[in-house]
Design a protein around this ligand. Structure first.
Ligand code: ADP
Ligand code: MG
Length: 156
């Protein structure tokens, strides 16, 4: 199976799903690129917060709407949280040195990747969140061999 979905009720459970995904990513010393799709309010930043908690971050996670990227440095990993919502021209990503983020064992979480089309690598996972009643439907699609491995671990 290359895709799966979870119906998540409440912010705490959304953080918990992110944490489970983060735990999987944490165990693998591999770079990961994760696209987070969904409207404003769909829960992308909340899910990112859970991922960051798994790596050891505590405290707030704000969407880097104006700075475009927020770096998180851990002992042997870096996680970069992007929000490209306000990106004017995808070419700006070149000036940011965008390619240098997708190296080593870095984990890159990207909200609004569609704004950077043409300047971003193929993601390992595409996560699409939608409002569903009081909760959120979270669809996770594997988009690389590594993505399949991560999805399988998440399903266990
Ligand atoms: P986005 O980054 O996609 O714009 P946020 O992560 O900032 O969205 O979340 C928007 C709001 O939705 C927040 O108030 C958050 O608490 C709430 N939320 C997130 N996930 C869920 C969920 N699974 N069920 C209910 N509310 C949620
Ligand atoms: Mg957000």
């Amino acid at each position: 199976i290359q895709a799966d979905e979870w119906l998540i009720h409440g912010e705490e459970n959304m953080v918990a799903l992110g944490r489970r995904l983060g735990d999987v990513l944490c165990r693998q010393p591999a770079s990961a690129v994760i696209f987070l799709l969904g409207d404003l309010g769909a829960g992308k930043t909340t899910l990112s917060r859970g991922i960051l908690y798994a790596f050891g971050h505590s405290g707030a996670v704000k969407s880097p709407t104006y700075t475009l990227v927020e770096p998180y440095q851990f002992a042997d990993r870096q996680v970069f949280h992007f929000d490209l919502y306000r990106l004017g021209d995808p070419e700006e990503l070149e000036y940011m040195g965008i390619r240098d983020y997708f190296v080593h064992n870095n984990v890159c979480l990207l909200e609004w990747p569609v704004r950077g089309e043409g300047y971003l690598p193929q993601p390992d996972l595409i996560i699409a969140t939608h409002v569903s009643g009081q909760g959120r439907l979270v669809k996770v699609q594997a988009n690389s061999a590594y993505g399949v491995q991560v999805l399988r671990a998440l399903q266990q």
